[in-house]
Design a protein around this ligand. Structure first.
Ligand SMILES: Cc1cc2nc3c(=O)[nH]c(=O)nc-3n(C[C@H](O)[C@H](O)[C@H](O)COP(=O)(O)OP(=O)(O)OC[C@H]3O[C@@H](n4cnc5c(N)ncnc54)[C@H](O)[C@@H]3O)c2cc1C
Ligand SMILES: N[C@@H](Cc1c[nH]c2cc(Cl)ccc12)C(=O)O
Length: 520
């Protein structure tokens, strides 16, 4: 048995994963551990404009960072939803918002909507946020007050819980868009100020001891770096976990074929164009394009499967989609490794970020995976005996989160009615993950609920599944038969209350640009 006190942590990699890990570990354990972060000055990071889950606010709270400090430093904006365009048919859009589903008489409002909705827009009938997004509103008034929701700011939200403990309690109404490279820079200062040793150098070799545990890494200019716990944040390379320790990578490519992306950062006049308070995912012939509105620019990119589209074609499509403004901007072509390392923690190495795993950025889950992994690392942090059960529980939690998200993403493709190209036709006949086929049959007669979705914590509540099913339009759905026999007065009242509230808020809330122009 190993008896190495895991107090000296070496983080290899200085992307979002590396700096989020270093800063969080310091915030959690202070000077009771030492943290060294080594990052290459030559090998770049995957720093595109990024979108998050709302849970990321717990990360910032844990580090005691305030929106007014970190947001301007990272060109950050609020994200109220993901807007899906053209997934059902050209010109159609729907939202997946950060807003809890109301229920009436024990049935979700979407069930009542299937029975007898006010309009043909489930999202506008059931969520206030859909109207705020269509109208480009900010979730805060100019004096900083959050618009009134089931989540009441300054209320009773417990602090110090992990994301999984928060799930299902309240739903915070927004997440963020920010520039990942700027956040990494911001967290570098935070970490170094709190004692993280920062080394800019390249790791050239990883030396194992006789049991196959990492003894030290060898750098080009700083010699050997010894540690007890090594965190692999080297991105798609997986330098420690895959290359040195030989942990196999399990691809998700059979069910999620998108393996490439081309990205652009386009400076735009937001004052003239306005600022959408959501991420947009626009379906394309061989994938989809993300549009992430940052303050002063948009981050945009085409995610596609190279079996169906060449990089040149993808770049051309993206540039046409963006229109004027991107002519002088250089495109960043990225090959994505889709899937996960079979184990993210092996011996004394924990992989966090892209080295642990990645699914395409369709629901902005990359940073959520990182945040979740760090919380789990703190929860299962080893003692001197490195009890293998702690490692096993960590590995199960990470595998479940990724496998669950994979299912949710696959649903986007089989649930989308679009089938006008070979790419979209093939989305309807491709293999799907074990378990999903059976769940789909259930959802056709009963909308997703906590009992019939992927059975382990993976960040997504049942209502998220409802949005994708109702918005995509390919899967035939029906209301619970019981509703036809029930009095729908209360449901009608709820639909009317949502419509009135949305109208009231659209009139009173400032435009997203106006709010952010004050903040920045
Ligand atoms: C196209 C695309 C779009 C995405 N969009 C989103 C999104 O909207 N929302 C979201 O949450 N996530 C998104 N992600 C995921 C997100 O970008 C990553 O999860 C996040 O940036 C973390 O990356 P990382 O730190 O693991 O790796 P990287 O950013 O690749 O960083 C790797 C680090 O390792 C260092 N390194 C590598 N080798 C060595 C070596 N030998 N020695 C020393 N250092 C080394 C590099 O210098 C670098 O600092 C997206 C990813 C892709 C590919
Ligand atoms: N707990 C996550 C999950 C979530 C709930 N609603 C949404 C909406 C979107 Cl667009 C993504 C993610 C989510 C969270 O609150 O962030």
């Amino acid at each position: 048995m190993n008896t190495r006190n895991p107090q000296n942590v070496v983080v290899v990699g200085g992307g979002t994963a590396g700096w989020m890990t270093a800063s969080y570990l310091k915030a959690a354990f202070g000077d009771r551990i030492s943290v060294t972060l080594v990052e290459s000055g030559r090998i770049g990071t995957i720093g595109v404009g990024e979108a998050t889950f709302s849970d990321i606010r717990h990360f910032f709270q844990f580090l005691d960072l305030k929106e007014e400090d970190w947001m301007p430093a990272c060109n950050a904006t609020y994200k109220l939803a993901v807007r899906f365009e053209d997934w059902r048919e050209p010109g159609h859009h729907f939202y997946h918002p950060f807003e809890q589903m109301r229920s009436v008489g024990g049935f979700p409002l979407t069930d009542w909507w299937l029975q007898n909705g006010l309009t043909d827009r489930f999202d506008k009938d059931c969520f206030v946020i859909a109207s705020l997004c269509d109208a480009g509103r900010s979730p805060r008034h100019l004096d900083g007050r959050l618009f009134e929701q089931d989540y009441v700011e300054g209320g009773e939200e417990p602090v110090g819980l992990t994301m999984s403990e928060h799930q299902g309690k309240t739903q915070f109404p927004y997440a963020y868009h920010f520039e990942a490279a700027l956040l990494a820079k911001y967290l570098t200062k935070y970490s170094v100020d709190r004692g993280v040793r920062h080394i800019v150098d390249e790791v050239q070799d990883v030396r194992l001891d006789e049991r196959g545990w990492i003894d030290h890494v060898v750098t080009k200019e700083h010699g050997e770096l010894h540690g007890d716990l090594f965190v692999d944040c080297t991105g798609f390379r997986g330098l420690l976990i895959n290359k040195a320790l030989g942990v196999p990578f399990q691809s998700y490519q059979d069910t999620l074929p998108n393996d490439s992306a081309v990205a652009l950062q386009v400076p735009l006049d937001m004052q003239a164009r306005g600022l959408r308070p959501c991420t947009t995912a626009t379906a394309q012939e061989a994938g989809w394009i993300w549009t992430i509105p940052l303050f002063g620019r948009i981050g945009t990119g085409y995610v596609y499967a190279k079996d169906y589209c060449s990089p040149e074609e993808a770049e051309r499509t993206l540039r046409e989609f963006v229109g004027p403004g991107a002519e002088d901007v250089e495109a960043n072509h990225i090959r994505m490794r889709i899937g996960r390392s079979r184990e993210s923690w092996a011996n004394n190495c924990v992989a966090i970020g892209l080295s642990s795993g990645f699914v395409e950025p369709l629901e902005s889950t990359g940073i959520f995976f990182i945040h979740h992994a760090i919380e789990q690392l703190v929860k299962f942090f080893p003692a001197a005996d490195w009890h293998p059960k702690l490692r096993d529980m960590y590995n199960s939690a990470i595998a479940n989160v990724m496998d669950g998200v994979r299912e949710f993403l696959v649903l986007h493709y089989i649930g989308a009615k679009r089938d006008d190209t070979q790419y979209w036709k093939d989305t309807k006949t491709r293999a799907i993950p074990d378990g999903l086929a059976e769940r789909l049959e259930r959802w056709k007669v009963q909308l997703p609920d906590s009992e019939n979705i992927f059975p382990y914590y993976h960040g997504l509540p049942p209502y998220s599944y409802m949005c994708i099913l109702l918005g995509g339009g390919a899967i035939p759905l029906r209301p619970s038969p019981s509703l036809a026999l029930s009095d729908d007065t209360a449901a009608r009242k709820e639909f009317a209350a949502i419509r009135d509230k949305a109208r009231h808020l659209v009139e009173r809330l400032p435009a997203q640009y106006e709010y952010h122009a004050r903040l920045h």
